[in-house]
Design a protein around this ligand. Structure first.
Ligand code: SAM
Length: 321
């Protein structure tokens, strides 16, 4: 949606509305109370609004990223299944994650000694620090953090460090957007070399609905060309009105098969603060994919590559560059 359209809506509607397009034929609208921030950076268009139903929401290039009311579902789902299964997470790399909420969840682990977070957009981080305090909860000030402002792909190709967990939490691969070169088989090969022996990669992988799962299933298939063990999982995100996909990948799943009791014991001993979404019951729920989705993953043949990257086009997106 263009800024002119937002302005028109603000003038004409009894409430202000912000659009979240799924594709050319489906749209989810949120009524909002206040426009908190609207900035066109060199990288993307940032909009932050206070919605009636989901509190403060971040929208990048017209795509909903996260909402105050349910971001805990997305961010706990992104981080905890793999961090809990790993024997001892000490070194973490986050690519993207501008709100600081992925960082917040990673820093809960008492064993974590170092987190490098690489985000391409300095102004996104500044907006998050200023306008999204309930998302980052002060995590940007943690002494274990090294914050790098750089394209994640360039960072991964220039750095020679190994991590226990690498979390790729970037925007969906939009045409003309900043993130689509972070979803290719070449990139995943680079990441694989940066993981320690028991290391785990986690990728936020887009919608996993019945009509929209091409990004998710293509990521699963592409990761399976690099990693011996790929575990897709899903959960419903109310503010997206969609089931969302995540993929965990590792070369060494030796220690991943633990009981529900062990999961809950580890949550009790390894994490500071209380979780609201993730526990052993949720763990088993998210990995139990419905039959149609398992079948779509199995039938997906696409390998995303540098020469043939996967990009999506959403209506309402003007050339934001
Ligand atoms: N939850 C989100 C979603 O639904 O897609 C993703 C989280 S987050 C807000 C996306 C972050 O990725 C933003 O802060 C953006 O600046 C960052 N980002 C996008 N492309 C990137 C790149 N090439 N390298 C590093 N960070 C990138």
């Amino acid at each position: 949606m263009s800024i002119e359209t937002i302005n028109n809506l603000m003038e004409k509607s009894p409430a202000n509305w912000i659009d979240d397009y799924f594709n050319n034929h489906e749209l989810h609208k949120h009524a909002f109370r206040d426009l908190v921030c609207r900035v066109q950076t060199k990288i993307q268009k940032i909009i932050i609004v206070d919605t009636y139903n989901y509190g403060r929401c971040l929208i990048l290039d017209n795509e909903f990223q996260s909402a105050e009311a349910d971001e805990f579902i997305y961010h706990e789902a992104l981080v905890h299944p793999s961090f809990i299964l790993h024997p001892c997470i000490e070194r973490v790399l986050i690519i993207g994650g501008g709100e600081g909420a992925t960082l917040r969840e990673a820093l809960r682990y008492k064993s974590v000694k170092r987190v490098v977070m690489v985000d391409i957009d300095k102004e996104m981080i500044e907006c998050a620090k200023k306008y999204l305090p309930s998302f980052h909860t002060g995590s940007f000030d943690d002494s274990r953090l090294e914050l790098v402002i750089e394209d994640g792909r360039k960072y991964l190709e220039r750095i020679n460090e190994q991590f226990d967990a690498i979390v790729i939490d970037v925007n969906d691969p939009l045409e003309g957007g900043p993130s689509y070169m972070l979803f290719t088989v070449e990139l995943y090969r680079t990441v694989a070399k940066m993981l320690k022996k028991d290391g785990i990669l986690i990728v936020q992988s887009g919608a996993a609905s019945i009509t929209e799962n091409d990004v998710f299933t293509s990521i699963c298939n592409t990761l399976s060309k690099v990693f011996n063990h790929v575990f897709p999982y899903v959960t419903y995100i109310p503010s997206y009105a969609l089931q969302w996909g995540f993929v965990m990948a590792t070369g060494n799943p030796g220690k991943l098969d633990i009981t529900g009791q062990e999961i809950d014991d580890r949550i009790g001993s390894k994490i500071t603060g209380a979780l609201r979404f993730y526990d052993s019951i949720t763990h088993h729920a998210v990995f139990n994919l419905p039959k149609y989705l398992r079948s779509d993953i199995k039938n997906q043949t696409r390998i995303i590559s540098d020469k043939d990257p996967l990009t999506e086009h959403y209506p309402g997106i003007s050339n934001h560059k």
